[in-house]
Design a protein around this ligand. Structure first.
Ligand code: PMP
Length: 471
């Protein structure tokens, strides 16, 4: 197989490079491990070249949301390519792009004013960062001193330099620190399992985190900050960690206090993954700028987007009206056609309702059946977006050493030993504490029986893996 092994995998926090064992944030894919060759995607299954079928219980990296092999989407993309394969967006638009943007804006209950279509989550984050900066230059009284961003440790916002700079992925940043944007600082994530102190009520935890953010604004100079950046449910970096109730209201209030924008990165947790189309709908707030990706096109085309709120759009309209940005392939017709069809299928087939109805089964059975294992420290998530964190010691929550690369090994064990289930690995460290997790994020159209099978199979994988590991 002619394939570059050290390819970057933007979605995962698993590093496929050799790194030093001392580097606690690294999970390292064994060099020399071969890739499995995919022959076909069929409903929830990935079919390998040798005929084996893998139930794709994570939709790849939480990408697949309507399953694979959907003819409607394939035909919509084919039609689009035959009609208008490429759109030079400097002069033109397409019906696919207009319809997609309208559908996205309409889905926000009036909160967002415009949509901008790009090709990847990282591109969406770059655009979001630049939009926030340019917003302050477009104001009637420009604020050019706003040059800083505040984000959270142990987050992931993409692999390009700007996205990497606001992200908190220690090992992905390490080699590029010297050439990265310097004007970013980070505060603690809202991470109940490892961040909340024993017996601390939610309100007190939220207050503590909001104060930390407020203090950070004060430390760097509140009028120098463009935006606070966060994922509503932390994906690849922490493994499906939602915030405790009230957290996003509290941080939104801090942003407002200092006139800064709120950028929510929903590339992984958005577009229905948590049971509502936008994860922020469950937080009682709306962002000023939002990025979306993975579930937007459900894996059928590389497509992502930025949703922009009224405050920013109104300011641009009164200002130059031109966002100094652009990609050759932005608003790509095939991406728009795929995303539009995927979103129509989600609407027409009532798939968000399916996620909402089956989420309690997924969460309860994961907690009851997998959470009871002595090496499972925590099971958390929302909707069809669940993370299982593994620990060496359940009592003390002590993680496994980085060099054990437990999360990656479990996923490889499941594939190599023919359990027929595909799950997604990740790991990292929060404030010096390591964690290994796997993500369960099935397509939105699975049945209750599928969920029972996924949970029972993952349970067997976890039991057999740790039994083999302890020998
Ligand atoms: N933001 C988040 C929250 C993500 O999970 C990812 C990818 N995992 C990105 C941004 C970057 O997206 P992409 O890999 O499509 O560039």
């Amino acid at each position: 197989m002619v394939l570059v092994k050290l390819q970057a995998d933007g979605a995962s926090t698993v590093d496929r490079e050799t790194t030093s064992a001392q580097d606690s944030a690294v999970l390292h894919r064994h060099l020399g491990a071969s890739f499995l060759s995919l022959e076909k995607g069929q409903s929830s299954y990935l079919v390998l070249e040798d005929g084996r079928m893998i139930f794709d219980a994570s939709g790849g990296a939480a990408v697949g949301c309507i399953g694979w092999g959907n003819r409607r989407v394939a035909e919509a993309v084919t039609r689009q390519i035959l009609d208008v394969p490429y759109c030079p967006t400097i002069f033109y638009t397409t019906k696919a792009q207009e319809d997609l943007c309208q559908l996205l804006v309409d889905s926000t209950n009036g909160h967002m004013a415009r949509a901008y279509i790009v090709n990847s989550g990282s591109e969406a984050m770059e655009a979001a960062i630049k939009l926030a900066r340019q917003y302050y230059l477009e104001l009637e009284q420009p604020q050019p001193q706003r040059v800083r961003f505040i984000s959270r440790r142990q987050s992931y916002h993409g692999i390009t330099l700007g996205a990497l700079a606001v992200g908190g992925h220690v090992t992905r940043r390490a080699k590029f620190e010297p050439i990265m944007m310097k004007n970013v600082s980070q505060v603690s994530p809202c991470f109940e399992y490892r961040g909340k102190t024993n017996g601390e009520p939610d309100e007190a935890y939220v207050e503590r985190l909001a104060k930390e953010l407020d203090d950070e604004f004060q430390r760097v100079g509140p009028d120098t900050v463009c935006a606070f950046v966060a994922e509503p449910v932390v994906g690849a970096a922490l493994g499906c960690v939602p915030s405790v109730p009230g957290y996003f209201k509290a941080v939104r209030t801090v942003c407002e206090k200092y006139g800064a924008l709120l950028i929510l990165d929903e590339v992984m947790c958005g577009m229905g993954r948590t049971g509502t189309l936008h994860a922020w709908e469950q937080e009682g707030i709306a962002p000023d700028i939002q990025t979306i990706g993975k579930g937007l096109g459900g894996g059928y085309q590389p497509v992502a987007g930025v949703l922009v709120g009224h405050r920013v759009i109104n300011t641009f309209e009164k200002g130059t009206g031109v966002f100094v940005h652009g990609h050759t392939y932005q608003g790509h017709p095939a991406g728009c056609a795929a995303a539009l069809e995927v979103q129509r299928i989600i609407q027409e087939e009532g798939l968000l309702k399916n996620v909402q109805e089956l989420a309690p089964l997924l969460s309860k059975s994961l907690v009851d059946e997998v959470g009871s294992h002595p090496n499972v420290g925590n099971v958390r998530g929302r909707g069809f977006f669940w993370g299982i964190e593994f620990v060496a010691n359940k009592e003390t929550s002590e993680p496994f050493p980085a060099e054990d690369h437990v999360a990656m090994d479990i996923c490889e064990f499941a594939l190599a030993k023919n359990y027929g289930v595909g799950v997604y690995p990740g790991g990292g460290s929060v404030d010096g504490v390591r964690g290994d997790h796997i993500i369960i994020s099935p397509p939105y159209n699975v049945s209750g029986d599928d969920i029972k099978w996924i949970v029972a199979t993952v349970k067997r994988v976890v039991e057999d893996f740790f039994a083999a590991k302890s020998k």
